[in-house]
Design a protein around this ligand. Structure first.
Ligand code: GLN
Length: 550
């Protein structure tokens, strides 16, 4: 699907990079991993990234977004950590179920095997049985032969009880794999103490010592810092932590995550990794398309204000992929997109004009449950009645349908069965195949499905083709019984699943720009391939703003 122009180096064995984190969480291991991957990919290597998460949930699908942010969905329908979104956005290639493993999944397979009798007579233990299963999964993608380099991000922080089996597995692998096939990068924090006006390396020393106690010696130390690290300080870290001074890498806060591959290139992170792998004579990284994107991002000629109406707005990570999609679509349009988070719980008829009146476009976000639903419906109404460009995603699309049924069809009690299962007018209803399901984990309609676009519609114009594929994560759907009445009243279905006829897109041809989709287009937007609906939506916001100013 994505353009792939690889020149595999067929004679080399698969190389493994492990990335651990110390001192504190949220240092950006995912971005460092993705940036290194980008640099290696830009040298024509075939690279993928996988994340090992230490929690017991089998996957993050059942987690509240307040816990770990957005749940990212892959083509093959895996519900994964949001870091996989970064991997796809940086590398421009798909990940899969195999790219995200949790402690829960590891234990589930070991316990399953134990019940089947695979370990008959043996005591099943963390070492070797759990660590064997971790190692098996760490090597799984490497064994496909599809990749030259596998980067494994180890979730959690060194020193946590729950990260130990992962670190132990890496320790064993370092002995089992050829020496030049394994590199361990440790990411730490070098804090700046304002009172002393000094950077401090002690937390890094302690964190490396903890790793050493677990039998691991990092090859490269990446130091997150708010201030440049002087060379004598790098030498100090090198001396205390058994690495070469050039393997102490500074990672300063960047303007945007998309700049990090360039800062890592300046620090020669990729060169040091390749040196450890004894890989010579690779071409210099070709980052032309990436640089082109950054150039457009940093030199906008327009600016728009777009409302993001949702209920998890306190936590930016909950809408990660949507926010990133706006960055990609903004750059494509050379337009700075100011996203204004609007808490749907506090939107009602009395204040909607005040909250949305100054906006150039309105996006109503995905979500689950009753909280904030009425505010979403009110936001749709305001955008629809005032000709403001509107984009609804998943629950946002479902609320657009409810709003139309209530306020245009006059069906005052129209709602979604998600909050009123016995409603007389469930314009959004539980999908047939969902009705018999009781388990909550991994049971939604997940992953990529095809969608056929109707000739002459906005959707068809935006995508420029009649068949598309987008990713899904939902249980409810537009109720087929109401589609005809809604269409006759002006809310047209413009995209349907070719097999089931399920309505995936609705739009209002009478409106300047009103589109709502059941799928999650934000999951496939990348800097090098911005998602078409987001691009068109930002453009519509620019046009709306221009008209307003005249
Ligand atoms: N709660 C809705 C459903 O399950 C929408 C899901 C979503 O927005 N991802 O269908």
């Amino acid at each position: 699907m994505y353009p792939v122009n690889y020149n595999p180096i067929s004679f080399m064995s698969t190389k493994y990079v492990f990335v651990s984190g110390g001192v504190t969480s949220s240092l950006g291991k995912g971005i460092i991993s993705a940036s290194l991957a980008k640099l290696l990919q830009a040298r024509n290597l075939r690279v993928t990234i996988q994340k090992f998460d230490p929690y017991i949930n089998v996957d993050p699908g059942t987690l509240n977004p307040y816990e770990h942010g957005e749940c990212y969905v892959t083509e093959d329908g895996a519900e994964t950590d949001l870091d996989l979104g970064h991997y796809e956005r940086f590398l421009n290639v798909f990940t899969s179920k195999a790219n995200n493993v949790t402690t829960g999944r590891i234990y589930r397979s070991v316990i399953h095997k134990e019940r089947e009798g695979a370990y008959l007579g043996k005591t099943v233990q963390i070492v070797p049985h759990i660590t064997d299963e971790i190692k098996r999964r760490m090597l799984l993608l490497g064994n496909t032969g599809d990749y030259d380099v596998i980067i494994t991000e180890l979730g959690g922080t060194v020193g946590d009880i729950e990260s130990l089996p992962f670190l132990e597995a890496v320790r064993q692998l370092q002995w089992e794999l050829p020496k030049e096939d394994c590199v361990l990068i440790h990411l730490t924090l070098v804090p700046y103490l304002n009172a002393a006006k000094e950077l401090k390396t002690k937390p890094t020393q302690h964190s490396v010592r903890t790793l050493q106690q677990d039998g691991l010696q990092p090859d490269i130390i990446v130091c997150r810092t708010e201030h440049p690290i002087p060379s004598d300080m790098r030498r100090k870290v090198a001396l205390f932590c058994n690495v070469k001074p050039n393997a102490v890498i500074e990672s300063m806060d960047a303007k945007t995550i998309y700049e990090v591959p360039l800062t890592m290139m300046k620090e020669k992170l990729d060169e040091i990794v390749l040196e450890k792998f004894a890989l010579k004579n690779l071409p210099a990284p070709n980052l032309d398309r990436w640089n082109d994107f950054l150039h457009r991002l940093f030199n906008p000629e327009h600016e728009v204000d777009i409302a993001l109406v949702g209920k998890y707005v306190e936590l930016q990570d909950a809408y990660k992929s949507i926010l990133e999609s706006f960055i990609h679509a903004g750059a494509e349009n050379k337009c700075k997109v100011n996203v204004h988070s609007i808490h749907s719980e506090y939107v009602d008829a009395s204040n909607v004009a005040e909250k949305l009146g100054g906006m150039d476009a309105v996006l109503v976000a995905p979500g689950f449950g009753e909280r904030g639903l009425e505010g979403k419906i009110e936001s749709v109404r305001y955008a629809r009645e005032n000709g403001i460009p509107f984009f609804g995603i998943c629950l946002g699309m479902q609320m657009a349908v409810v709003e139309y049924a209530r306020n245009v069809l006059g069906m005052k009690d129209a709602t979604t069965a998600e909050i009123r299962p016995n409603s007389p007018n469930p314009v959004i209803d539980l999908m047939e195949e969902q009705k018999s399901l009781t388990a909550k984990g991994g049971t939604m309609r997940l992953g990529a499905y095809k969608c056929r676009l109707e000739e002459g519609t906005l959707a068809r114009m935006i995508y420029g083709k009649d068949m598309i594929s987008e990713r899904h994560r939902h249980r409810y759907e537009v109720n087929g019984k109401y589609v005809e009445a809604l269409a006759a009243a002006g809310l047209k279905p413009s995209g349907r699943n070719p097999e089931t006829g399920l309505v995936e897109i609705v739009e209002i041809p009478e409106h300047p720009f009103f589109i709502a989709v059941q799928f999650h287009p934000e999951l496939k937007s990348t800097p090098e391939n911005p998602q078409p609906i987001f691009v068109a939506f930002v453009k519509a916001a620019m046009e709306y703003k221009e008209k307003k100013q005249k």
